[in-house]
Design a protein around this ligand. Structure first.
Ligand code: NAD
Length: 318
């Protein structure tokens, strides 16, 4: 059984092992694959593993021997699942693996805004403390979170984990979700989107990207926020109208923002957030802690194993 992994690098840049897949078949791993190489590299393999490499109808038409596609991610929009279904191909995903890591990362971003640890560390190493007349100095307003309100838009797995950390920091939690649930009621107060926007000191986005959530942060919704609000986005870039956020950051309406995701990734050189005031941008790494990737790898191997045993799990195109 030939197994081909078309873009394995982001899941395993070298600190994990592909051994689990090696046990299951004759494995070939590519770090990344450009569109013109997809079909030749699949060749006669029956098992195809991908992360973000698109598999469209023409791929399934050109490689009719494919039996299984394993996506190394939660989102599987890179696969034409209808075409896969018509071709009799089982497609699986990893429904959850990075909840703890993403919630932790929200606070990595938020605490950076509150304290600018790296800036002050660098200033000390550059000699500023040695030459300082006082026993301390700081270059940004330092912010205490206790007593402040965190508004969480999308109160699912990651949103609720974020709420637990916020509560541990002494923050009050407001949540907006189209589908409130009992677990959420224990962790925060469900309110309307307008109430959340009006009352939150920090707003963190955790809803999926859907037609109903695209551009949910825009000129109008920003206008409803408190002056000096902090915005965190570890969910999906297109939730924010980036031109509107830049304007709000530059005017000070939004005090600071930190985003791990942007509208087009990798970020384009003319993305308005690159020149916005007080905007931290990281390259979509909230999910990528080694522990998360290890969990993802184990589930991906278990998915293939279950398929080979005739009882597939985490199938997205039943
Ligand atoms: P989840 O499905 O558990 O939670 C999403 C929540 O959003 C659900 O409770 C759902 O009811 C709610 N929701 C749906 N439509 C809504 C709407 N219109 N308005 C408000 N809420 C709405 O998902 P999760 O595991 O918590 O992941 C959340 C998001 O985080 C994912 O969709 C993904 O985009 C993102 N993510 C990012 C990274 C990263 O590395 N930056 C990693 C993993 C996930």
């Amino acid at each position: 059984m030939k197994i081909v992994i078309l873009d394995g690098y982001t899941e395993n840049p070298g600190d994990l092992s592909w051994e689990g897949f090696e046990r299951l078949g004759d494995l070939t791993v590519y770090d990344r694959t450009s569109p013109e190489d997809i079909i030749p590299r699949i060749g006669d393999a029956e098992i195809v593993i991908i992360n973000k490499t698109p598999l469209r109808a023409e791929t399934f038409a050109a490689c009719p021997q494919i039996k299984y596609v394993g996506v190394l991610a939660t989102g599987y929009d890179v696969v034409d699942i209808e075409a896969a279904k018509s071709a009799g191909v089982v497609v699986t995903n990893i429904p959850t693996y990075g909840t703890a890591a993403v919630a932790q990362y929200v606070f990595a971003l938020l605490l950076e805004i509150c304290h600018h640890v790296e800036h002050h560390n660098r200033a000390v190493h550059e000699g500023r403390w040695t030459a300082n007349p006082d026993f301390c100095f700081w270059d940004y307003p330092l912010i205490e979170l206790a007593g402040k309100t965190m508004g969480i838009i999308g109160f699912g797995r990651i949103g609720q984990n974020t709420a637990k950390i916020a509560a541990a920091m002494g923050m009050d939690v407001l949540a907006y979700d189209e589908y409130p649930n009992d677990a959420g009621k224990e962790l925060g107060k469900y309110v309307s989107l307008d109430e959340l926007l009006a009352k939150s000191d920090v707003i963190s986005l955790h809803c999926p990207l859907l037609p109903s959530t695209k551009g949910i942060i825009n000129k109008e919704t920003i206008g409803k926020m408190k002056d000096g609000v902090i915005l965190i986005n570890t969910s999906r870039g297109p939730l924010i109208v980036e031109e509107d956020l830049k304007e709000a950051l530059d005017s000070g309406k939004v005090y600071a923002a930190a985003v791990d995701v942007v509208s087009k990734e990798p970020i384009e050189a003319d993305n308005p957030l690159l020149s916005a005031k007080n905007c931290i941008i990281t390259p979509h790494i909230a999910w990528a802690a080694k522990e998360s990737r290890e969990r993802l790898m184990n589930i991906a191997v278990a998915n293939l194993e279950a398929f080979l045993k005739g009882s597939p799990q985490n199938v997205v195109n039943k």
